[in-house]
Design a protein around this ligand. Structure first.
Ligand code: SF4
Length: 491
């Protein structure tokens, strides 16, 4: 019997045969989306396209069902087709005379050409089934849409005949590009069916293992790396030649061949830390970063949910809804106050007003990754509630990013093991930190909050308590790390 594969299998095989094989053998992991999609985006898109009386396919359908539906339906949704060992799902098909229009659904904002494999293989399977396509389009969410009281489906989506370039301009003709890039996948499918544990070579590190997305099998492929010492050369950040250096016996950060590193300030800080007994601190640079810090110093952290389809008035697709903040306030005499706000459902106005009450009118505000998170959240609040814009933007003007000393190479401790997260840095401190919490990751906090927001049958008091402790730890960790930085700066 011929094996049947999905496009996702093909994609994995092309990335790495070992990854493909391991994922075939693994039990399917439950999937938790970072993006909230309570509403079935495909049903909303069907309304945009004017889909009427469709044939609707389902997981595991025999492909003869979709072929049969082509005879007496004008619309097909999620129809399953197969050819040559490859199984695909066609999101939407609409009869156009004796041909068909195919619509892909992209649930993000700007479809680029990184999913071309999926588009090409889908068209290939349809055409091998004798289906003539007159046009191929892509339906995606409209970044410019702002929701009013009701969802406006027509404004929510854009139907495009182009993919978008890096500047998010629609410049790549979609159907033409598919024609250009489409190829027969059968040779790859044959190799996939012959792929077994016996035919695989030992894992070899390539840029497919730990690029933008670290492979989920990385630790099992390279177990030695997880056990490496804190100052191993393997912790050298974004260093293309670290594997080669390790094989040549340059085992530690202090041994790194500076001719073969990319030369980032972080890399130099790592090497200098190992050459100085474990810690590198550029006192002058740290003092300069700390200069101008005014008491009381407020340490601020937000938690938020991100929705694909805006659920509330004034929100855009993929806009976030802050639901919690924690604020630790460090006074000049060393005392610390703590304030926390947690809402269930949409309480943006209350959260904004509470924040304005809680943040002292004077003093520096500190956040970890302020530029990429807290400052953006506060600017969004200023846009949503213009009557508070002055005070909110004033907070942003007083904000310092605690990540800067780390990512600009002013300070590094080998116990950070090549990671610059607040949790990793906190793990070096003499403070129980996150280890005693029920919720330990930002996304866990979001998944827990979702249960509250959806009114699920859960112990709500316990979740609220855990969320407060988790977010509270993020702002407390900043107090601890800030004090440590001051000490390292000799202050
Ligand atoms: S870590 Fe690398 S070698 Fe191992 S499965 Fe992933 S991509 Fe393949």
């Amino acid at each position: 019997m011929t094996s049947m594969y999905h496009i996702s299998d093909l994609k994995k095989f092309n990335r790495c045969p070992r990854l493909f094989l391991q994922s075939q053998q693994d039990e399917k992991m439950p999937f938790y989306s970072y993006i909230r999609m309570d509403e079935a985006v495909s049903d909303l898109a069907a309304r945009k396209l004017g889909v009427e009386k469709p044939f609707v396919g389902a997981l595991g359908d025999d492909p003869s069902l979709a072929l049969e539906a082509l005879k007496d339906h004008d619309w097909l949704m999620k129809a399953r087709f197969e050819y040559g060992g490859l199984r695909i799902k066609a999101p939407f098909m609409h009869r156009n005379g004796d041909a068909w229009e195919l619509y892909f659904l992209f649930t993000g904002l700007y479809p680029h050409n990184n999913d071309m494999e999926l588009y090409c293989d889908t068209v290939w399977v349809l055409e091998q089934n004798g289906i003539r396509l007159s046009d191929v389009m892509i339906v995606h969410l409209n970044e410019a849409y702002v929701r009013e009281d009701e969802l406006d489906i027509d404004q929510l989506f854009i139907v495009s005949r182009s993919l978008y370039n890096f500047n998010n301009n629609p410049t790549i003709p979609f159907f033409e590009e598919i024609r250009k890039q489409m190829k027969d996948p059968q040779e790859t499918i044959r190799k996939m069916s012959e792929c077994t544990a016996e035919t695989l070579r030992e894992p070899v590190r390539t840029n497919k293992c730990a690029g933008r997305l670290k492979c989920r099998y990385y630790d099992s492929c390279f177990p030695n790396e997880a056990e490496a010492e804190d100052d191993s050369i393997m912790t050298l950040i974004a260093a293309k030649h670290r594997y080669q250096m390790e094989q040549e016996g340059l085992l530690y950060l202090r041994d790194a061949d500076v001719e073969r590193i990319e030369g980032s300030p972080q890399q130099y800080a790592q090497i200098l830390a190992d050459r100085s007994g474990g810690l590198f601190a550029d006192k002058m640079a740290l003092q300069s970063w700390l200069e101008g810090t005014v008491y009381p110093v407020s340490f601020l952290d937000f938690e938020w949910e991100r929705y694909a389809v805006p659920p509330y008035k004034g929100m855009k697709p993929y806009q976030v809804l802050p639901f919690e903040y924690s604020l630790h306030i460090l006074h000049a005499d060393g005392t610390v106050d703590h304030k926390v706000f947690l809402s269930v459902h949409d309480d943006r106005r209350e959260l904004t007003e509470s924040l304005i009450r809680d943040v002292p009118e004077q003093g520096t505000i500190i956040a970890y990754n302020a530029e990429g998170a807290e400052k953006i959240r506060i600017s969004e609040m200023a846009e949503q509630f213009p009557e508070y814009a002055d005070v909110l933007l004033g907070m942003n003007a007083r904000m310092k990013d605690l990540q800067i000393p780390f990512i600009s190479g002013m300070i590094y401790d080998v116990r950070m093991r090549g990671s610059w997260t607040l949790k990793q840095i906190m793990s070096m401190m003499e403070d129980p930190g996150y280890s005693q919490l029920e919720i330990r990751q930002g996304m866990d906090a979001v998944f827990q909050w979702r249960q509250l927001d959806r009114d699920e049958d859960v112990n709500k008091d316990e979740i609220i308590d855990d969320l407060k402790k988790y977010c509270g730890m993020d702002s407390w960790a900043m107090v601890v790390v800030y004090k440590w930085i001051r000490k390292c700066a000799g202050l």
